[in-house]
Design a protein around this ligand. Sequence first.
Ligand code: MN
Length: 298
Amino acid sequence: MNQLGIFMNFWEKNWAADHAKYIRKVAALGYDILEFQAQPLLEMSDEHIRDLKKLADAEGIRLTYSLGLDPHYDVSSLDEGVRSGGVKYLQNIIRKMAIGGGDLLSGVSYAGWGTPNVVMEDKSAYWNQSVKSMKEIIKTAEDCGVTYCVEAVNRFESCIINTAAEALAYIAEIDSPNIGVLLDTYHMNIEETGIGDAIRLVGAERMKNFHTGENNRTPPGKGHLNWEEIFGALHDIGYTGPIVSEPFVMQGGEVGRDIHVFRDLIADPTEAGIDAEAAALLRFEKNMLQRFACGVSL
Ligand code: MN
């Protein structure tokens, strides 16, 4: 069965938090993976990163990373100074990940998170800058044994890669075994004509990570996405990689600001309430995987 994971900021309103606490928590809940923002690694000593890795190994948890790139480090910038600074910044994050055995980086990691507020007839200038940057970044990823996953996100969060087809075109230009695609059900719901078709277009070989979240970023099973279509398509392509849930349900903090959460989206946003939601989410996804693994049709 696929490894199942959850993003730490289901619980936390700020990006950096007590990672050790959440390694223990998600292990106790029965998850295989804890994913969190990679940027806080830059503030951590190498010793602390190694300690977290030891704890994760003892708890049987794989640590994976995501990021929304600070626009000050926008590797698609037309300003060469910003672009080259962004390349160094991402290379440093990859090196920090490798210290703790991290091997999977996802997110808006190919451009600044957000869209340029300019009149633009086409985006090729930004795309080309991003590709130029990624050809440098990917060499560090290759050296460090990190797989770099570009995440197709909705139009309000990037102008570079909005669809599965664009993600595939992008990684074809980079041409490295260390680059792959991440599809996220929340973003696909906005941008794709068909979610199942987008999953099948990418295929198992190039899909290196998969994010689940509802149409409004509540936990899978709570909104109006068609989970039979989604898990059916993952089954169709023989996807065996990670499936990481990424619900954002609380207003406030850096997460509320950056994800645009302006109301609580679950009835009980206390730690105990979210623990219960996380347990139910894991049961829901295991059940979906088992149904398709057993060939149970609708
Ligand atoms: Mn995502």
